[in-house]
Write a protein that binds this ligand. Structure first.
Ligand code: HEC
Length: 257
């Protein structure tokens, strides 16, 4: 009985930790074909790489924002990727958003940090009309809405190629390895040196895709870091509590054994 005590204690400590570690990579098997580039926010201790997320914001703004909205995000959310209040104010102020003027007529005003990101098109019809009938989905929660999450979005952005011989492509469609059905209406959005990074990072397609996906994952989960910190604290607390409870049990029962 005595000899079994130590392994038992170890098992009790290990159980919550194992649950914690297993939770993160529990993704469906179907994504085996998707690339797994590795992310700063992976795992129970993962955080958002601030520099990558800021570069990703630049990619969103200069490239994706021409077609895709980010309706659920506010400019003030940019504080979570390390931008200062002054920087956020300046970014918002450079965009004009619809308002109602003093004369009661539709007008425009500079955006405030408390405004939602401005959408490129006023409505779905306008978007479809401009894009050959295709609808660019809102990107606010795209990494949560699609199976494969960040790996999938990264896979789409880096998955353009020539269609295999004999594959019939629809009008205006592009071959894409990661997109279901492999025909996507979105023209390849990223190319080498599509953007110029202020921090000197080389803007390859992979880099741009990795950065913008880091940004979009933050936008979809602005509370992720707090949630993970709380989770880790709870696990440590539970592990300690398990230990204390076990020690008390041994003390209480010590005369009986
Ligand atoms: C020229 C307009 C245009 C640009 C620029 C553009 N997209 Fe798209 N995107 C589209 C359209 C249209 C679709 C819908 C495609 C379809 O349904 O076949 C789409 C679809 C997508 C999808 C959805 C795939 C799915 O599962 O539904 C993702 C993810 C995506 N775009 C991300 C991006 C990102 C990130 C950028 C910036 C790097 C970007 N797009 C730039 C037009 C654009």
């Amino acid at each position: 009985m005595r000899a079994a005590a130590a392994p038992l204690a170890a098992a009790l400590f290990a159980a919550p930790l194992a649950v914690l570690l297993a939770a993160a990579p529990a993704r469906a098997q179907e994504q085996e074909k998707l690339p797994h580039p590795g992310w700063s926010f992976d795992g129970p201790f993962g955080t958002f790489d601030r520099a990558a997320a800021q570069r990703g914001f630049q990619v969103y703004l200069e490239v994706c924002a021409n077609c895709h909205s980010l309706k659920e995000a506010y400019y003030r959310n940019l504080d979570g990727i390390g931008l200062s209040e002054a920087q956020i104010k300046a970014i918002a102020a450079s965009v004009s958003v619809p308002t109602i003027g003093d004369d009661g007529q539709p007008a425009e005003r500079p955006a405030l940090p408390s405004d939602h990101f401005r959408s490129p098109y006023p409505n779905e019809k306008a978007a479809r009309a401009a894009l050959n009938g295709a609808l660019p989905p809102d990107l606010s929660v795209i990494v949560k809405a699609r199976e494969g999450g960040p790996d999938y979005v990264y896979g789409v952005l880096t998955g353009y190629a020539d269609p295999p011989a004999g594959m019939k492509m629809g009008d205006g469609m592009n071959y894409n390895k990661a997109f279901p059905g492999h025909q996507i209406a979105m023209p390849q959005p990223l190319h080498d040196d599509q953007v110029t990074y202020a921090d000197g990072t080389k803007a390859t397609i992979d880099q741009e895709a990795h950065d913008v996906v880091t940004f979009l994952t933050y936008i979809a989960n602005p509370e992720m870091e707090t949630r993970k910190r709380t989770g880790v604290k709870i696990m440590i607390f539970l592990a300690l509590l398990t230990g204390v409870t076990y020690a008390v049990k041994r003390k209480v029962w010590s005369d009986v054994h």
